[in-house]
Design a protein around this ligand. Structure first.
Ligand code: ADP
Ligand code: MG
Length: 249
């Protein structure tokens, strides 16, 4: 059984059947990509994993526990972190201040409580944030305004902020959208390193085939709300149905 098990998920928006009969199994510690044309239902599916949408039918299990009906913050506390299409960082704060936020929140699940925490435990949080910035190769930028970072570095910071919560499943929705090639390659390298060095599973929605083929061990192709095929990157590349539906051949 996979770390994430999706069975017969369906979701309708008014007259539009956005998802139907979606079955998907994400293997623990793998990188699994979900690809498909615009409007295929990729973001809708991801939203069903993180509590932003509740499917009309089917089930979504994370480590054997149902995610359906749970609030986004509960799902987050269960070990699922999500990176959004637009980086969610605080532009007015420094890189270090941004990293302190998830490190505080991780300590006891409540940010407010921590303002009154002891000096010693604040030291812990500081150390964790510093270590995370070292791991992310961003320690030199600790005092920089987050808003002034390059697109790639904003993404790097955001991914680091997710990792500070120590998730077991990291979900990414088009993390390289709108990036220049150099930033995209940076992001690929970062995700590779994370996957190789941490006990983590990555599920990534991605439009850029270079990213997908650089990272994924399994690929699910979604077309018109339903999986067309799930296979290894090599088999996906040559699959006639995929070429027709996705690559436009
Ligand atoms: P993708 O991420 O693959 O591009 P989406 O999941 O965003 O596709 O959208 C799938 C389909 O569902 C699209 O036709 C989109 O217009 C529609 N859709 C997505 N979200 C909503 C919503 N909240 N209300 C109505 N229709 C939606
Ligand atoms: Mg989308």
């Amino acid at each position: 059984m996979g770390i994430l098990e999706v069975k017969d998920v369906g979701k309708r928006f008014g007259g539009l059947q956005a998802l139907s009969n979606v079955n998907l199994s994400v293997k623990e510690n793998s990188v699994h990509a979900i690809i498909g044309p615009n409007g295929a239902g990729k973001s809708t599916l991801l939203n069903c994993f993180v509590g932003k949408l509740i499917p009309d039918t089917g089930s979504v299990l994370f480590e054997g526990q149902s995610l359906l009906g749970r609030k986004p913050h509960e799902i987050n506390q269960m070990g699922v972190s999500r990176v959004f299409q637009t980086p969610e960082i605080f532009g007015d704060l420094s890189v270090m201040e941004n990293m302190l936020i998830p490190c505080f929140a991780k300590r006891d699940g409540s940010f407010e409580l921590n303002a009154y925490g002891s000096v010693a435990s604040q030291r812990d949080v500081q150390d964790r944030a510093e270590q995370m910035l070292i791991d992310m190769n961003m320690i030199d930028k600790r005092e920089e305004h987050a808003a002034a970072l390059s697109r790639g570095d904003k993404r790097r910071l955001e991914i680091g902020m997710c990792l500070a919560q120590e998730p077991r499943l990291l979900l990414l929705d088009e993390p390289t959208a709108g990036m220049a090639r150099a930033d995209t390659n940076n992001t690929i390298d970062l995700l590779k390193e994370i996957s190789d060095t941490r006990d983590i599973t990555i599920a990534i929605i991605e439009h850029d085939m270079h990213v997908v083929f650089s990272l994924a061990q399994r690929i699910t192709v979604l077309a018109q709300g339903t999986p067309l095929v799930e296979d290894t990157p090599d088999n996906i590349k040559g699959h006639p149905k995929v070429r027709e539906a996705y690559l436009g051949e």
